[in-house]
Design a protein around this ligand. Structure first.
Ligand SMILES: [Zn+2]
Ligand SMILES: [Zn+2]
Length: 312
């Protein structure tokens, strides 16, 4: 018998957030104040400012309808055979557990990615491997990041997509899964441009987290549990579960719900009327894990987390 599993927790609702964007504290073009207010004005419930080597803790922006999550992006060079542009990693934390001081971080000469990860993880932060495709990272080098303690990866990054056409890193994910790693799947804006801009290269990469309430405990706990989906402006996923040996998906109207189960043929439910809102896939029991991609047929999509298939 296949064990029942749900991607999303039962209670609560979905909260929209972005785990990766920049301000003038590093190479972004907006002040942190404008950037935060811009995300709030565009319907975001929570935000991580992932400035390069600059740790942000702007909890004074918290309200009943917005949560500022502390974090940063840190960089490290690599050997050319590991990654063309080195390592970029974002992180976030509970404000009362993080021990990195607010402000700029200067890494001592000779600091390695191992040293950085040890420091950031030791400061009670959670790490996400950013935009591996844009970096020109080797697939196995990304896996080294999971071995070092990254809990997730960006399957989509808006600025890499709009700027370099290297926004989609799905191949990296499937390679990692085939190697037995099941990272959390994030999509992020990585927006650097001016605030309140009408150029649509941002507010497109985000996650929607199903949580009991908009508090650090609820939001971060739900992220760590995988109670969220990643999206490139795609259809919302309302439910993704394994029940009685069948994968069940409920979503906004879409062109296709695709089942991904590495080293199997997977599956699909599609309609040229773009009206698929429900899909079911019977499992054989031999699958190691499943995830789904919900595609609007116009280039936008959402990605579920991974559910492992357990026979009990
Ligand atoms: Zn980066
Ligand atoms: Zn970035």
């Amino acid at each position: 018998m296949i064990k029942d599993k749900k991607c999303f927790i039962d209670e609560g609702r979905f909260y929209k957030g972005n785990t990766h964007t920049h301000t003038k504290n590093s190479d972004g073009q907006a002040t942190y104040d404008d950037r935060i207010r811009d995300y709030i004005a565009n319907g975001y419930d929570f935000l991580v400012l992932a400035d390069h080597e600059y740790y942000s803790i702007y909890t004074e922006y918290n309200s009943d309808t917005f949560l500022f999550v502390p974090g940063m992006e840190f960089e490290c060079g690599s050997k050319p055979e590991e990654s063309a542009l080195g390592y970029h990693t974002t992180c976030f934390a509970y404000p009362n557990k993080n021990t990195i001081p607010e402000g700029r971080i200067v890494w001592p000469e000779g600091t390695t990615i191992d040293d950085q990860m040890k420091y950031v993880l030791g400061s009670n932060n959670y790490c996400i491997a950013a935009h591996p495709y844009w970096l020109g990272m080797r697939y196995d080098t990304l896996i080294d990041q999971f071995k070092r303690g990254c809990i997730g990866m960006e399957i989509f990054n808006s600025i890499c997509h709009f700027g370099w056409s290297t926004g989609f890193s799905e191949g990296y994910l499937d390679y990692a899964i085939m190697k037995g790693y099941y990272p959390l799947i994030f999509a992020a804006d990585d927006y650097h441009g001016p605030a309140f801009s009408d150029v649509k290269d941002h507010f497109t990469g985000y996650i929607k987290v199903k949580a009991k309430e908009l508090t650090y405990d609820s939001i971060i706990d739900s992220i760590l549990k995988g109670s969220f989906f990643a999206s490139y402006a795609g259809p919302d996923i309302h439910n993704f579960e394994i029940k009685d040996g069948t994968v069940i998906v409920d979503c906004d109207p879409c062109f296709m719900v695709g089942l991904r189960s590495p080293q199997t043929f997977g599956g699909k439910v599609m309609s040229f009327k773009n009206d698929v809102t429900h899909a079911e896939f019977k499992l054989g029991g031999h699958e190691k894990c499943v995830r789904v991609v919900v595609d609007d047929g116009k280039g936008h999509m959402s990605w579920s987390q991974i559910l492992t298939v357990e026979n009990v």
